[in-house]
Write a protein that binds this ligand. Structure first.
Ligand code: NAD
Length: 807
């Protein structure tokens, strides 16, 4: 076992104390990655009415464990799901802090996630120490309470094992984990926790200091407060501010106020007040003063999403659902307004985020002035907090990207709008420029980051020098490899890149990574190139999603023009390319992540292995656009589900085919890679990578391992089909759904075509057919559906509205 593996293997079992919003979800995520976890909460003071009716008393375990049990149960109901799969819940054992305290001596990591109250946390750690054994790491998930204060009075050994581990909500999806050591924490434990969090939990770790609210919440809450202030000054509404502070500024769609509604106004006020109470500078204290309007909203229980209304409120009208915005002057909800500003329109049209930012903040209209005002304040504040909250600017940038979903951190933003230009304007406006920025400019530099073509980025450090940005050993940066002239071949839609150790990578980079002629041509080129010169091939990319499917626009255009020979050729070529991946004489590993739909799945299925990111959403969704899979998806699914089944064993075979019919017929999309195993998009031998940043590295290692083991390509297989009898069974199922109104006439038509393909057409039950035979059936059905007006309507609808049409 290597050094890293042995460090990671040290945390085998965990305990989470507090089964509230965060505690339960952290336990869920530990279970996601296979760690058996105890989930403990307090013993309730009295029975509920329901418990009394059941004759239960405070002595009975169901009552005593009620809070932790409830926390665990909630994991199944919440959306989006905190867990990869319902089965992972088996790893969570609920209990209570009185009966199960001793069990804490059996775990390797104890995480505290109880109410945000110093005295309660101190008391809890005192109790934990009584059963604690040396070696067990203990950490707190506090949002802002002093880490060292929590363990005052604890032994030195205990304090050596103690640190802050601050997850962001929801822990499965938010990448950031702030690790906060105290002066007493053993550096080896900090390193161990960092490695564990990155590799096992899939987090992006930022090292923070033990200062109020650490990094992300300190800056993020400040940013929200200055936005609120600017909103009052310029008499704007939350809807108008959100239009300016969302994607156009590189922030999430939920922008400022919808985010606040999601977080909960009470939580926000609590965090802001914690900073105010714990900082010394009067100006900073004043900045963290929560405006009265917000306090008023909290007192009215207008907390946002969880109480049904906040800055926004969803109401039902004659036209359906409508979202209203709060008018802060009257405290009444009104229809949302559209912001009309030339700067905003221009910024939206700009191609890159730096261009958008420059267009907006340097514009002279009110929208531009608003954006400048809030951005200026956040940049100045972030720079002035170094080295108080962090020793380097990368930590601040990463914290804001991973904890608040900003596309660029404050210092990256500063580089984007130009440090010299913006600082000159700040000076004109009488602002004090923080020492870090003065130092940067005095040294003759004009940006916080410097990147030479093909080199790793370097960053301005507080000692005035540029240093390399720390990178995980599993980093593969495709953009950088391209700059290093590692591109073997390239066209508009795809590139073949040498990723070292004689492994090539096929990258899709068409719009949304949709598959068109370019990608097919590059697959063919990759197959030839890899066969001749490489040990194997990875198919992957570092865009926003793996692949959304085939280029629908192209299919629709050809179909509308009745260009059948052209369409037939396209589908044939797609099928052929997939076949060449399957039978290539070198190992091929697909590395899907995020949306992996339709043709994206069809590219993965013929590969020797799939190494999927944990967050992969896979589905053969073609019926949603009036089609069925056309790139071999039906055949591959049949291969996976019928493998090893005796063709004469109809009792086994038919239910398996029914299942494939259901998965494709209902356009099922999995909510995780773990769930993709249930549908056999992934097989048991396929791997899952928790940290998406490590995905290409892991996929490459799989290629190398298969090569070292003496790779041999698969042999063509015959596939047992259910034939005509089975076709009738499948169609009958669809017909009864039509009869009961679950599906439309057109759904039924598509289902019948799908049934015909999956049944293997017009042959006797139990026939063994070839792959080519099934591909021909698939292609014919696909093409005939392309000609259906209602299918064309579905395609059109998806292309224009980005959602499926049920017609
Ligand atoms: P919560 O109110 O949902 O849950 C707190 C849990 O603590 C409850 O289950 C409660 O029964 C339990 N508890 C109460 N008193 C206790 C005691 N004396 N001993 C043991 N358990 C006790 O709170 P939460 O939102 O899950 O927050 C938990 C911690 O995580 C807090 O420190 C909070 O600051 C931090 N945090 C919260 C968020 C968030 O978004 N909610 C994000 C990051 C960190």
């Amino acid at each position: 076992m290597g050094e890293e593996e042995s460090v990671l293997a040290n945390i085998k079992r965990a305990a989470v104390i507090g089964a509230g919003v965060m505690g339960a979800a952290i336990a869920g995520h530990l279970a996601n990655v296979g760690i058996p976890t105890l989930l403990l909460d307090i013993v309730p003071r009295e029975e509920t009415e329901e418990e009394k009716q059941k004759g239960l008393t405070l002595q009975d375990p169901p009552v005593r464990n009620r809070l932790a049990e409830a926390g665990k149960k909630r994991l199944l109901k919440e959306k989006p799901s905190p867990v990869y799969h319902k089965d992972v819940l088996e790893l969570i054992t609920p209990g209570n802090l009185e009966d199960d305290l001793e069990k804490l001596s059996e775990v390797d990591w104890i995480i505290e996630a109880v109410v945000e109250n110093l005295a309660i946390k101190q008391q809890l750690f005192e109790n934990i120490e009584k059963v604690w054994k040396t070696g067990t790491i203990v950490s707190s998930n506090t949002s802002g309470i002093s880490i060292h204060a929590m363990v005052e009075g604890r032994s030195e050994a205990f304090r050596r094992h103690f640190l802050g581990t601050h997850f962001f909500n929801p822990p499965r999806y938010m990448k950031l984990l702030e690790i906060i050591p105290t002066e007493d924490t053993d550096p080896a434990i900090v390193d161990q926790m960092k490695a564990f969090a990155e590799s096992v939990l899939g987090k992006g770790v930022v090292m923070a200091k033990d200062t109020p609210n650490f990094i992300a919440n300190r800056i993020g809450v400040y940013g929200t407060l200055v936005t609120l202030q600017a909103m009052f000054e310029q008499n704007l509404g939350p809807d108008e501010v959100d239009a300016l502070t969302g994607p156009v500024m590189g922030r999430p769609k939920s922008a400022t106020f919808r985010t606040l509604d999601l977080v909960g106004l009470d939580t926000f006020v609590h965090v802001a007040e914690n900073v105010r109470a714990n900082v010394d500078d009067p100006e900073e204290k004043a900045a963290f003063e929560v405006p009265d309007v917000l306090k008023e909203m909290v007192s009215r229980n207008w907390l946002g999403e969880k109480s049904g209304q906040g800055f926004f409120k969803k109401v039902k009208t004659d036209k359906g659902k409508e979202i209203l915005a709060l008018d802060l002057a009257t405290m009444e909800y009104r229809p949302r307004k559209k912001v009309k500003a030339a700067s905003l329109e221009m910024a939206k049209r700009a191609k890159t985020l730096p261009e958008k930012l420059r267009t907006l903040v340097y514009a002279d209209d009110p929208a531009g002035k608003f954006a400048w005002q809030i951005m200026k304040k956040v940049l100045l504040y972030a720079a002035a907090r170094i080295p108080e909250i962090a020793d380097d600017i990368v930590s601040v940038d990463q914290a804001m990207k991973w904890g608040f979903n900003w596309e660029l951190g404050p210092f990256e933003t500063w580089d984007a709008i130009g440090v010299e230009r913006s600082v000159a304007r700040m000076r004109e406006e009488g602002e004090t420029i923080p020492p870090l920025v003065e130092e940067l400019l005095a040294s003759g530099y004009t940006s916080f980051y410097a990147r030479e073509k093909g080199e790793a980025p370097r960053v301005f450090a507080i000692d005035g020098k540029f240093v390399g940005v720390e990178e995980h050993p599993k980093t593969i940066d495709l953009a950088r490899l391209k700059e290093q002239n590692k591109v073997i071949r390239s066209n508009k839609g795809a590139s073949l890149i040498d990723i070292g150790d004689d492994v090539a990578l096929l990258e899709f980079h068409s719009p949304k990574n949709a598959i068109g002629a370019d990608i097919i041509a590059m697959i063919n080129a990759a197959v030839k190139e890899v066969s001749a010169n490489y040990r194997g091939l990875v198919i992957g990319n570092q865009g926003s999603h793996f692949c959304v499917g085939a280029n629908l626009m192209l299919i629709l255009m050809e179909a509308q023009d009745h260009n059948w020979p052209e369409l037939d050729l396209m589908v044939r070529q797609f099928q052929k390319a997939m076949g060449s991946l399957r039978y290539l004489d070198k190992p091929v590993v697909a590395a899907p992540f995020g949306m992996t739909l339709g043709g994206g799945v069809e590219v993965c299925l013929p590969c020797d292995r799939i190494q999927a990111a944990a967050e992969t959403y896979m589905g053969l969704v073609e019926v949603g656009v009036g089609l069925i899979p056309g790139g071999g998806g039906n055949k591959e699914m049949l291969l996976r589900w019928t493998e090893g089944v005796d063709p004469k064993d109809r009792v086994t075979l038919q239910p398996l085919v029914n299942h494939v019919f259901e998965v494709i017929g209902t356009a099922k999309v999995t909510t995780s890679a773990r769930e993709a195993r249930d549908y056999r998009f992934l097989r048991p031998e396929d791997g899952i990578t928790i940290n998406t940043d490590h995905l290409l590295y892991d996929a490459k290692q799989t290629v190398l391992a298969m090569d070292r083991a003496g790779y041999r390509p698969p042999q063509p297989k015959k596939i047992p089909v259910v034939g005509e009898t089975g076709y009738n069974v499948l169609r009958l199922g669809a017909y009864s759904m039509l009869q009961s109104g679950y599906i439309t006439e057109h759904d039924y038509k598509i289902a019948s075509k799908l049934a015909y393909v999956l049944a293997g057409g017009n042959v006797p039950e139990g026939t063994l057919v070839t792959e080519e035979y099934l591909l021909d059936l698939e292609r014919e059905a696909f093409l005939s559906l392309c000609g259906e007006p209602k299918s064309q309507q579905r395609m059109q609808y998806m292309l224009t509205k980005n959602k499926p049409l049920r017609n």
